[in-house]
Ligand binder design. Structure first.
Ligand SMILES: NC(=O)c1ccc[n+]([C@@H]2O[C@H](COP(=O)([O-])OP(=O)(O)OC[C@H]3O[C@@H](n4cnc5c(N)ncnc54)[C@H](OP(=O)(O)O)[C@@H]3O)[C@@H](O)[C@H]2O)c1
Length: 317
């Protein structure tokens, strides 16, 4: 019985491997638009796809980031300045893309731009932090998608949305997690609605990776600053001991970040170039073997595992 089961599982993986390695033809004629190419995953993906011969349209937030990227890539790669929080900037970028792709349409849209500006417990963060995070990570992503969708439909292309393990299991950064849960919901609905247009949607769920966003020094400074600004009565309720244990736990996660960003960009590349892209890609060992399995456990058990190293707040009523 176990032997039959092992053979069946083996056959399933063999079939999946064969299906997934089939590559789309004429990649050199395909345009891919990527947001947030100044640094991190977006920057690496732009260089990776350029090397593979695709026509990369890279959107950067700053001219400095765009210039650096152009210096590292071929003449095929073009850049545009895009701030996903500004409607005019998105409209101008959509027009720019339309001029380049013409009747062929846009093969790939990668919604990668993101931010995680302030770190701390839910009650310590100001509403402005929530609004800023949602504006970049969710509203910006939705607006860029709506602006590019006619072009993607024309090409029967792909949309790749960058979520996070924090879009599957929420335990840190309420504003950030809400934005990523929103990305998951938006992508799921879009996939179901667009299936008959031949457009495929993939969601990337990275674990912890070392990028500008997860810079240890920046993280430590912003979290301590957040704590400093917490009103005294709230601070008293949590206490310094709670903050220290919470800070250490979060910092440990950041210190354990993987430096192999290719684990993420290879998933993005597969979603754009495979005939049969996956719906979801868990990128990174922590995502695949810890956080995603954890998300299927009973909630009480997941709660215990995720918070076991935190001290009790000072005033537990
Ligand atoms: N690193 C991780 O562990 C991790 C884990 C899960 C998911 N993610 C997600 O992966 C994506 C890429 O992040 P990353 O880790 O590569 O971090 P990153 O290096 O900070 O890259 C984020 C990019 O987004 C850009 N950006 C920020 N605000 C923007 C705006 N308003 N308009 C346009 N672009 C903007 C940044 O530009 P500037 O550099 O000029 O600010 C940067 O190029 C994000 O969606 C993030 O949430 C990251």
């Amino acid at each position: 019985m176990w032997l039959y089961l092992a053979v069946l599982v083996g056959l399933y993986y063999l079939l999946r491997w064969y299906r997934e390695r089939q590559v789309v033809s004429h990649l050199q004629d395909k345009f891919v638009f990527i947001t947030g190419c100044d640094s991190g995953f977006g920057n690496l993906l732009a260089r990776q796809l350029d090397l593979r011969g695709l026509r990369v349209l890279a959107a950067c937030l700053t001219e400095q980031g765009a210039e650096l990227l152009r210096n590292q890539t071929s003449d095929r790669l073009e850049t545009v300045i895009l701030d996903v929080t500004k409607t005019e900037s998105i409209a101008a970028a959509a027009e720019w893309v339309k001029e380049r792709v013409g009747d062929r349409g846009l093969w790939g849209l990668v919604n990668n731009a993101g931010t995680f500006p302030r770190h701390g417990c839910t009650e310590w963060l100001k509403i402005k932090t929530y609004m800023n995070t949602l504006q970049v990570n969710l509203i910006g992503l939705i607006e860029v998608t709506l602006s590019m969708l006619p072009l993607v439909r024309r090409a029967r292309g792909r949309i790749v949305n960058v979520s996070s393990i924090l879009g599957r299991i929420a335990f840190f950064g309420a504003g950030y997690s809400c934005s990523k849960y929103g990305v998951e919901a938006f992508s799921d609905i879009l996939r179901r609605e667009l299936q008959h247009f031949g457009v495929k949607i993939s969601i990337i769920e990275p674990g912890y990776f070392r990028t500008v966003m997860t810079d240890v020094q920046k993280f430590s400074e912003t979290m301590k600053q957040v704590w400093k600004e917490v009103p005294a009565h709230i601070k008293e309720s949590y206490g310094q001991k709670f903050f220290d244990s919470y800070f250490d736990d979060m910092k440990q996660g950041i210190l354990n970040c993987s430096t192999n960003l290719n684990l993420v960009t290879d998933c993005m590349e597969h979603a754009l170039t495979s005939v049969h892209p996956r719906t979801r890609y868990s990128a990174g060992w922590d995502s695949q073997f810890f956080f995603i399995p954890l998300s299927y456990l009973p909630t009480s058990l997941a709660d215990y595992i995720l918070t076991r190293s935190w001290s009790k707040p000072a005033q537990v009523v």
